[in-house]
Design a protein around this ligand. Structure first.
Ligand code: SF4
Length: 538
């Protein structure tokens, strides 16, 4: 049997042309009537809706029609789901991701089975009965190990009367999915990221299996052959033209309908968001998707797959998601993307997320709209609590002062290296010496500075988290740490480009700014230490 990669190789140009049309090929009213018959849409019809929506007034009409279709064909409920991360180590280099291998400020955690079980007990006590296990491409977390976490989740859910286990992992082989299904996996979540081949290659320029575009395209053929028929598909919006990628998803969904008689179980709508220390995710690119276009994609997916669940996630604000979610969708309220973070609360992870109102309040809002909340039982008492750090926890001030002193000394070395470069940049020997110092300092910052920032966040910050006066400062420090990570990325690129051009202008400007900001940051942090505050008061 042909696989999707072979079909798509023939269809890619057609999808590309459809994404570019500026006038509908077919009348939108006719298409909306077709969608209302529950058969969904094919890519050509969806392309006409995208073309019609180039007139902004048509977007409301499309969303209204989409909501009507959902109200007619999807169940009057919204399903709650919670992601549970297992590892943040990754061998890949996806340019948009906070867990990419080379991100020096990413916190790396393997969640042991014991800690996983403890955390899962807490999550189940909140009422969740649909659990999405999530992991990066970590060689120490192969499918066999993942199967143990799936089995543990299944056992705990069954003990509570049942539930659903989903998995978002690196793509596996057919036999792996057979094994995972046998131990209790219900459905698989996987985004193609982008269907556009050359942009896929650009975003995934290094790493391992993730770079295999065809293997990713054929994932659903393998999963279905393994007996997994609940398919959670989609793209990461913002990596390429959203119309092209949404049409490719619709093409792929129709391939599943035609070939296997399967409707996608869920459709992902993740949109590219800033990730700590990852330059490419921080700034808008030419494919950034506006809120209005995001709304359009949601409506077109609702129409194209009238019974599939759109997977709303906390990358988006609560208000935006609430304005778009419809009958039959999936909704995330709690989302910690660092493994184990539900036990600790609000630690930065793979990408930035929004805070949502409490679960009960969200469910009540759905109920007022006539939508029952599924897979969220009543909360039950649980002895496990999130660790709330004790206010005023003792701080090893000497340690932090000594690390700050070492960092200051290196900032001074850096300043001198930049000065040498600016004064004697044309003399080869001087330049070589300055280059060597800069490389050494960069390495030092990527290792020692980033470890220092991470440890400070996880050990020093909790001591102040209950201190109302300190909280805005802590938020600024955390933002500074994030900026340092991005700046180090920039610095590394500038070192490479200076190596080619021999023009140090950008390197000098960037270096001077970073040194200035890091000094100000160290000083501000020291103002927070109890002894400094006491001195200030005294
Ligand atoms: S997107 Fe996944 S595979 Fe890529 S770097 Fe992030 S965690 Fe790793």
């Amino acid at each position: 049997m042909a696989k999707f990669s072979q079909c798509f190789a023939c269809e890619h140009s057609r999808i590309e042309s459809l994404a570019g049309i500026s006038e509908p090929i077919q009348a939108p009213t006719e298409i909306l009537r077709t969608a209302d018959s529950s058969h969904g849409l094919v890519a050509d019809e969806a392309a006409s809706l995208f073309a019609a929506a180039r007139d902004p007034d048509r977007k409301d009409e499309i969303q209204l029609a989409a909501n009507q279709v959902r109200a007619r064909w999807a169940p009057p409920s919204v399903e709650f789901i919670i992601p549970v991360y297992l590892t943040s180590f990754c061998q890949n280099e996806c340019l948009y991701c906070g867990y990419r291998h080379s991100n020096p400020i990413a916190e790396r955690v393997h969640l042991s089975l014991e800690d996983f079980n403890t955390q899962l007990d807490l999550i189940l006590s909140w009422g969740y009965r649909q659990i999405e296990l999530v992991l990066s491409d970590d060689p120490e977390f192969g499918p066999e190990r993942v199967a143990r976490y799936v089995a543990a989740t299944r056992r705990k859910l069954e003990a509570l009367g049942g539930g659903v286990v989903a998995l978002c992992s690196p793509v596996y082989q057919q036999e792996d999915y057979v094994r995972l299904r046998e131990v209790g996996l219900d459905w698989v979540v996987e985004w193609q990221e982008t269907y556009h081949r050359s942009h896929f290659d650009r975003w995934h320029f290094a790493g391992s299996a993730k770079r295999d575009y065809e293997s990713r395209l054929d994932l659903w053929d393998r999963a279905i052959a393994a007996g997994i028929t609940r398919i959670g598909m989609g793209v990461l919006l913002g990596l390429y033209d959203f119309r092209y990628d949404a049409l490719a998803v619709i093409e792929h969904g129709n391939y599943l309908r035609r070939t296997y008689g399967i409707e996608p179980y869920a459709l992902g709508i993740p949109r590219l968001k800033p990730a700590r220390g990852v330059l490419a995710s921080q700034k808008p690119n030419r494919f950034s998707v506006s809120d209005e276009d995001f709304r359009l994609v949601v409506s077109v997916y609702h129409l194209a797959f009238p019974t599939s669940r759109l997977f709303f996630n906390t990358r988006e604000s609560y208000d935006l998601n609430m304005s778009l979610v419809a009958a039959g969708d999936l909704f995330t309220v709690d989302c910690e993307t660092l493994p184990g973070a539900y036990l600790r609360r609000h630690l930065p992870g793979q990408f930035s997320t929004h805070d949502y109102p409490p679960r009960k309040e969200v469910r009540a809002t759905f109920e007022r709209r006539g939508l029952a909340g599924k897979y969220l039982a009543e909360e039950m008492p649980c002895e496990i609590a999130r660790t709330t750090p004790a206010a005023g926890t003792a701080i090893d001030e000497k340690r932090w002062a000594s690390e700050h002193a070492q960092l200051r000394a290196r900032l001074q070395d850096w300043e001198m290296a930049l000065e040498r470069l600016s004064m004697n940049g044309s003399q080869p020997l001087e330049r070589q010496a300055a280059d060597a110092s800069l490389r050494e300092i960069l390495e030092y910052l990527k290792t020692v500075l980033t470890t220092h920032c991470r440890e400070e966040e996880s050990e020093l910050f909790p001591a102040f988290c209950e201190d109302a006066e300190a909280s805005p400062k802590l938020a600024c420090f955390r933002a500074d740490h994030e900026r340092f990570g991005v700046d180090l990325d920039k610095l590394e690129r500038q070192m490479a480009s200076y190596g080619l051009s021999k023009d140090p202008t950008v390197l000098l400007t960037l270096g001077a700014r970073m040194i200035r900001e890091m000094r100000a940051h160290l000083e501000a942090e020291e103002q927070l230490l109890p002894s400094t505050r006491r001195r200030a008061v005294g």
